[in-house]
Design a protein around this ligand. Structure first.
Ligand code: KIV
Ligand code: ZN
Length: 512
């Protein structure tokens, strides 16, 4: 029987470490539910000891998820490990993932520890974790740049202490596929008890090779777990992308010969949800989930695909959640059509109330926009999910005036702790005027470090999806808003970022 490749998703932990991608507990819970729908084997829900917020998020996810193993990261010390175990106490299936750096550079400069001290701490931590849960993963941070003899000593010792998964991170994205594959193979061959653990790969994308390196770790090295994130989200250039690894293994089963538990039709909804929640826009030419991934613009390609789809298509768009039924919805579409399209898109809203709210928003949108595309539906259900009860600010209405030769002016009404406030301001353009009007009241003092507009579905009739990144007191947050009017979308995005600035607490860095 073919081996199974375990998919370990770390969007909510390593992905969230990307500056600006931090998520609230409710946002994380919602994404975790989508990952469960996707049938991800392991969900790394966070780093419980890093902050009270992360502890609560891991706990909420552990309490809610039944079909995937829920994991918390922890540094290799008793306090972190106990905190992880506490957060995971109610999980149906729990894993503690503990790590310590093993490269000479990290041990000497960052940890200021000798190799023998690191070895002892790694052993002691795995022993401690194994007394709390049966499923313990160990990662030698910066493993790929570690001395191979020392790494073999550490990994043999932690397997002896009961580590059930050994993960070999390429923390800084330095590996190349062939070398990384052989590195994993060497470790497995040289460590006498290597068959007692599942081997895992964890690759960063600094040289754009995270997916290729992970697949080489699987194919050459014999790893049977891949650590990855939705949309490749993660610090710097990101992590290995889940959708790319999964579709590579599925599409090239002839080569990899592995099975997967993933229900791939939920991939697109997961991608949209992560993008909307974090404000990290998916590039149009991104494999599998980019807007152009299945679009055939050239006449020759279109002609070929119409005659026989496999002339130019190696995967079916509907297998990753793009709707096969291209009938667009509009203002005459009813509740059932809307619900059916949600189902086809792999979106399950949590309650009837949420479905009703999403349908109301759909109708409002359909009054303003004649054709509602799948992308619009995914944006509006995501927006439904990211406005929540704890919000301090909420958009009500806006009007603005701009005319050639005149300075634009905007008047905006929004709620602050439930009370309506009205403000107005001039600005360099209508967006600038609207955001200045909000700032006049809020006075956050935050610096805007990114502003971007993306047309959700191509044409000028499309909804604009705006991302605003704010920085304040060393914290960076992203806000997202969508609307057919990009000035309104901008105001919503700005208020959403302000809400996040209000709600986040300080946290300990995983790799600090
Ligand atoms: O990249 C890395 O080394 C990590 C570890 C904490 C597993 O994310
Ligand atoms: Zn990492």
């Amino acid at each position: 029987m073919a081996d199974k490749l375990i998919i370990f998703d770390t969007t909510l932990r390593d992905g969230e470490q990307s500056p600006g991608a931090s998520m609230t507990r409710d946002e994380k819970l919602r994404i975790a539910r989508q990952l469960e729908r996707l049938r991800v084997d392991v969900i790394e829900a966070g780093f419980a000891a890093s902050s009270e917020g992360d502890f609560q998020a891991v706990k909420a996810i552990a309490n809610a998820i039944t079909e995937s193993t829920v994991c918390s990261l922890s540094r290799a010390n008793d306090r972190d490990i106990s905190r992880a175990a506490e957060a995971l106490a109610n999980a149906r299936s729990a894993r503690i993932h503990t790590f310590i750096a093993t490269s000479a550079l990290h041990m000497e400069k960052k940890l200021r520890m000798t190799p023998d001290q690191v070895l002892e701490q790694a052993k002691q931590s795995v022993r401690f974790a194994r007394n709390l849960v049966a499923d313990v993963e160990f990662s030698p941070e910066d493993g790929y740049r570690s001395d191979v003899d020392f790494l073999c000593r550490v990994l043999e010792a932690v397997i002896k202490e009961g580590a059930t998964t050994i993960n070999v991170p390429d923390t800084v994205g330095y590996a190349v596929p062939e070398l990384y594959g052989h590195f994993i193979k060497t470790l497995r061959e040289r460590i006498p008890n290597s068959d007692k653990a599942i081997w895992s790969v964890h690759c960063h994308n600094d040289l754009g090779m995270a997916v290729a390196n992970s697949l080489a770790g699987v194919q050459i090295g014999g790893a049977r777990q891949v650590e990855c994130t939705i949309n490749g989200l993660g610090e710097r250039a990101g992590n290995c992308s889940l959708e790319e690894v999964v579709m590579a293994v599925k599409t090239r089963k002839d080569y990899f010969g592995l099975t997967l538990g993933i229900e791939t039709q939920h991939i697109l909804a997961a991608s949209r949800m992560v993008s909307q929640t974090t404000g990290f826009v998916v590039q149009p030419n991104k494999a599998v989930v980019g807007a152009n991934a299945f679009a055939h613009a050239s006449g020759i390609h279109q002609d070929g695909v119409l005659k026989a789809r496999d002339t130019y298509e190696i995967m079916r768009a509907e297998d990753v959640g793009w709707s096969a039924n291209k009938i667009v919805l509009g203002k005459l579409s009813g509740r059932n059509a809307f619900k059916q399209r949600l189902q086809e898109l792999g979106v399950e809203l949590e309650s009837e109330a949420e479905t009703n709210a999403a349908f109301t928003r759909f109708k409002e949108l359909a009054d303003r926009k004649s054709e509602i595309f799948d992308e619009d539906i995914l944006a509006l259900v995501s927006e439904e999910s990211i406005s929540h009860e704890g919000d301090v600010f909420s958009f009500v209405k806006l009007s603005q005036h701009s005319e050639t030769g005149e300075r634009p002016h905007a008047s905006i009404v929004f709620t602050h702790d439930g009370k309506e406030v009205a403000c107005d301001s001039d600005g360099n353009g209508p967006v600038d005027a609207s955001l200045k009007a909000i700032e006049m009241h809020v006075q956050s003092g935050a610096e805007m470090v990114l502003y971007s507009v993306n047309a959700i579905s191509g044409s000028t009739e499309s909804q604009g999806e705006v991302t605003v990144r704010l920085q304040n007191n060393g914290r960076i947050v992203n806000g997202v808003g969508s609307d057919p009017d990009i000035v309104v979308a901008s105001a919503k995005a700005y208020l959403s970022a302000l809400n996040k600035l209000q709600s986040k607490s300080e946290r300990v860095a995983a790799q600090g």
